[in-house]
Design a protein around this ligand. Structure first.
Ligand code: ADP
Length: 581
């Protein structure tokens, strides 16, 4: 991919005026910095020429001018520091909002592929590096260019041969910086890897802390952690070694250059081709020439890291949602809830085996059907095709007689409610979590939904009722309670189609019966598909559909399927015998 330079620069646009003023200030402060040694030279020249008839007033005026310049420089530096960083942070904010909004649009298949941790670092770390480049990059280039070129010209005008003597050191210093910055960068990258290894280890061990403790394997975990931690120490040592060589090396160069200026300059004084004030001026300017070389490699790293961050940003921004709405997609004021699969085939990725092949099935509006079958048969997959979380690969899926691909995704999903085994509750209050099902719901509607979900009573017993923050002390909800909140959400959403994905399979008997009661109420009048683990829970379904790798193998009521003595009957007796055994 060619680097999208236009796009990269476009983020400056909203802040162009502010940014240009920052650059202008950087230019002015660098110019002021260049003037100082000249003023010192102006004063010292007079002192050396004739200290008796020295015009002390001139010295005071020059001092006053230097004071004013110092003031201006400080104000300028303040502006560059503050506003420059602000511009960078604003651009970072814009990029981050754009990235987050884009991620929200991407399809399930994208999140199947990408790890959350990696995406997080794209949103945080990568953009931080980019923001540094956006404002520091141009600022630094201007600052160091002005200083270097200015100092070179001034010194050359004062004394060309001494200037060239200083200049001779710079390529060597440049080469040294290049090499050791590379070593340093390698050490820093290694260290970053070690830190992320430590993160991963801590996360792994703490997420599984219950398993660790139940196997009494704390010591094994500590040992594994210490291995990572020691590797971290080694990588840190490498950084310090490289830093020590690099910084001391540069310091040595500065000393060598200073020494050269003093010795070579003194010999020139003896030969009257230079005076003492010129020598002082040279010493004051040495740093102006060394610093840009020293910073050059740092700046190139900054450039590299920033551009890599931008390339990664663009990688995600260029990822199109796998499922896009057609133009003039249909909106859906209401749904009957008829679902038809017509010779549907589906595979997750092109190079993976198909999960569903040639499956045909019709579910009538308001019907209550149960999907059963061995694990991995594709029950969950089949249900995730209905809200278009994934798109059928062949055949078609119709809702109320219309191909789902003609609907706007958001509109379609408004009419489909899902209750899953893993309930995800967001940070926030109980009320906010229920309202998630219908963001404009009134408080009365929320309470009504909670009542229907058998959740009102337990919510009222929480310390702050509906305003209790989930996850805070005293608001540790049990699995059944969480499930009831998620059911209240769906009551509020009031969808025509309901998918219950093993919703009660992880609950204890008592919770299960309360949750089951509210689920039965929720299912009333809606097309409902239940994915069932335990067959005992779906005996009353109007129709049971048995799914295996080849497709629908049988369907009918519990009784008729048992009488058939086929796959369902085998599954059922297996469950029964494992319970009694
Ligand atoms: P069931 O719900 O019947 O247990 P699933 O629909 O979960 O079955 O899975 C059916 C098959 O699809 C399994 O082989 C599973 O490994 C595969 N599968 C499920 N989800 C994904 C996914 N996101 N990406 C790739 N393969 C998947």
């Amino acid at each position: 991919m060619r680097f999208p330079i236009k796009k990269f620069l476009s983020y400056y646009k909203p802040y162009l005026r502010l940014f240009l003023s920052v650059l202008f200030c950087a230019l002015i402060t660098s110019a002021i910095a260049l003037v100082y040694p000249l003023l010192v030279r102006y004063i010292t020249k007079d002192i050396l020429a004739d200290e008796i008839s020295l015009d002390i007033e001139k010295v005071y005026w020059t001092g006053a001018l230097m004071l004013v310049l110092t003031g201006l420089q400080n104000i300028g530096n303040y502006f560059v520091d503050f506003k420059g960083h602000e511009v960078g942070a604003r651009m970072e904010r814009d990029l981050r909002s754009e990235l987050f909004a884009h991620m929200q649009k991407l399809s399930f298949s994208f999140f199947d592929r990408e790890k959350t941790g990696k995406l997080m670092s794209r949103v945080t770390n990568d953009l931080l590096l980019l923001s540094e480049l956006y404002h520091h990059g141009p600022e630094d280039y201007i600052k160091y260019l002005v200083r270097f070129a200015g100092a070179f010209v001034i010194l050359f005008l004062i004394n060309p041969s001494l200037t060239l003597a200083v200049f001779c050191f710079l390529p060597v210093l440049g080469f040294f910086s290049l090499i050791f910055n590379k070593v340093l960068n390698r050490a820093l990258t290694k260290n970053k890897e070690r830190i992320s290894d430590i993160h991963a280890r801590v996360e792994d061990s703490l997420s599984g802390i219950r398993v660790v403790k139940s196997f009494a394997n704390e010591n094994i975990e500590i040992q594994k952690f210490n291995v990572e931690n020691n590797r971290f120490l080694d990588s840190r040592k490498n950084i310090y070694r490289a830093e020590a060589i690099f910084f001391n090396g540069v310091e040595t160069f500065i000393q060598l250059i200073t020494l050269t200026v003093i010795i070579y300059g003194s010999s020139k004084i003896v030969h009257h081709t230079l005076d003492l004030s010129d020598l002082i001026t040279f010493l004051l300017y040495v740093n102006f020439m060394v610093e840009p070389i020293q910073r050059m490699t740092h700046m190139s790293t900054q450039l590299q890291e920033g551009l890599t961050g931008f390339t990664r940003f663009m990688e995600i921004m260029n990822t199109k949602p796998a499922i896009e709405d057609v133009s003039h997609a249909l909106s859906l004021p209401a749904l009957e809830g008829k679902i038809e699969f017509k010779q549907v085939g589906f595979q997750y990725e092109q190079d993976l085996d198909p999960v569903i092949t040639d499956l045909s099935l019709t579910i009538q509006p308001g019907e209550y059907v149960a999907l059963v079958g061995p694990s991995g048969a594709g029950k969950t997959t089949l249900c995730s095709l209905i809200p278009r979380f994934y798109e059928v690969t062949s055949g078609e899926l119709l809702i109320d007689g219309i191909d789902v691909r003609h609907f706007e995704q958001k509109e379609l999903r408004k009419h489909i409610g899902t209750v899953q085994q893993d309930v995800y509750l967001f940070d926030g209050t109980v009320r906010e979590n229920i309202r998630y099902g219908f963001p404009v719901a009134s408080d009365a509607q929320i309470i009504e939904a909670a009542r229907q979900a058998n959740a009102h009573d337990f919510i009222m017993s929480l310390p702050n009722g509906y305003d209790s923050e989930i996850g805070q002390r005293g608001v540790r909800l049990s699995g059944g309670q969480k499930q009831r909140l998620s059911i209240a959400r769906v009551f509020l959403k009031d969808p025509a189609i309901l998918i219950l994905d093993e919703a009660t399979s992880s609950l204890d008997n008592e919770s299960e019966s309360i949750v089951k009661e509210s689920l039965d109420l929720l299912a009333r009048g809606r097309t409902t598909i239940v994915i069932a683990h335990r067959l005992s829970t779906i005996r009353n379904a109007e129709r049971i559909i048995v799914l295996n790798k080849k497709g629908v193998s049988e369907q009918g009521t519990h009784r008729s399927l048992l009488a058939k003595n086929g796959e369902y009957s085998r599954l059922y007796s297996r469950e029964f015998s494992s319970k009694s055994g």
